[in-house]
Design a protein around this ligand. Sequence first.
Ligand code: BES
Ligand code: MN
Length: 456
Amino acid sequence: METVLRYLCDNESRFVAELCEYLRFASVSAQPQHRKDLRACAEWLVKHCRHIGLEARLCPTAGHPIVMAKTPRTKSMRRPRFLVYGHYDVQPPEPFELWKSPPFEPRIAGRSLYARGSADNKGQHLAHLKAVEAYLKTGTELPCDLTFVIEGEEEVGSNSLASFLKRHRAELGCDVIVISDTGMPSLKHPALTYALRGIIAFEITLHGPSRDLHSGIFGGAVDNPAMALCQLLGQLRDPNGRVTLPGFYDDVVPLSAYERKELARLPLKDRDIKKLLGVPELFGERGYSAEERRSARPTFEINGLTSGYQGEGSKTIVPAWASAKITCRLVPNQKPERIRKLVCQHLSHICPPSVQLDIEAGHGAEAYLVSPESKPAQAALRALEAAFHCQPVLLREGGSIPIVTEMKRILGADSLLLGLALPDANAHSPNEMLNLDCFAKGQLMSAYLWRELSQT
Ligand code: BES
Ligand code: MN
């Protein structure tokens, strides 16, 4: 183990340079013009994995390719098998003008590495690859067999992953899945995440007149779809921040007193979150802390709102249509399909006859919840403590990683969520950033993890 740790330490600056190379690919899965960048990025990753000493290949899918890489297998006895999951695709970088440096030209300031994808997720899974490199390049025997699955469609719903998992089920069989694609509260609070929220997405459109109309000539005589949409959506939450959709909370399991006590011990308090996010005042479901609301309570959220004239100056029209992109974050025991039905039924029920409602349901995923007391979870906590020299905390996270439930269903394995992004990582926002101490300590954590996990 000493030589592995020393290798990681000695090669730190090269690893950062390699991460920068990886970050230069504009692998934006949501935007068709970046298809080639995704492909090039995946090819770079395959090459890099081979360079490290892994057996790697590019697996084509109906969408963006998946990279699969394995440690060389020894023919001898059966060893524990672990799968590391990550994603090389990134969120769209827009709005560009808010970036202090271009999103795909990595910039280092102090211990911060700025680039789209640095924290979510390239830096996080590269940390695991570097730990494995340290074993392979120092000739230190790994106590287990490792397989990396790095996909390119996570940020758009992982559409190709389930069929990939089914196709390669035997090959991907494993005892536990390891994912670093979440957060940690601070460098002094490394974290094991034991719950994620689920999600269900919608696109809601209200159609009015067959074309944009002169608002002077016809305004007042017909409904305005933009106004109608605001009124429709405005009815869906009350002043106390509760979602008013009938039945929305029916299946929600309340937080136990023990969990609430644990969550209250986390270092980020309401006032810190307020400052971090630059809001004049926090807002949300009354009776819960911001930490509880962002991780353990469900939401109904407008992600995008479009209608009418968006250019400079004014244009006096009644828009022909208005639409909203919506996602609900779901908590354990809420079923995406049931929420989909509730939303469709209720909106149809309250939609006025003066506009025509069209709802398209998008991707959905159930929330995830595992016991932090399992043997693998305990092993992970030991690895975190050894790497960060601090006692780890247990977290619920508000984001979603839809494939964790898929992997449980298809491969039968639970996921250990060991996130390396700090609260100011700006995931999905301008100036996304990875703390280089998290990157370095993440590598140490991964190096310890294989030993600790293999002993259980
Ligand atoms: N890494 C995030 C998920 C995440 C972030 C979980 C922080 C917990 C804490 C992931 O890449 C992501 O953003 N997922 C999407 C999934 C969606 C597109 C289905 C999300 O949560 O919005
Ligand atoms: Mn991610």
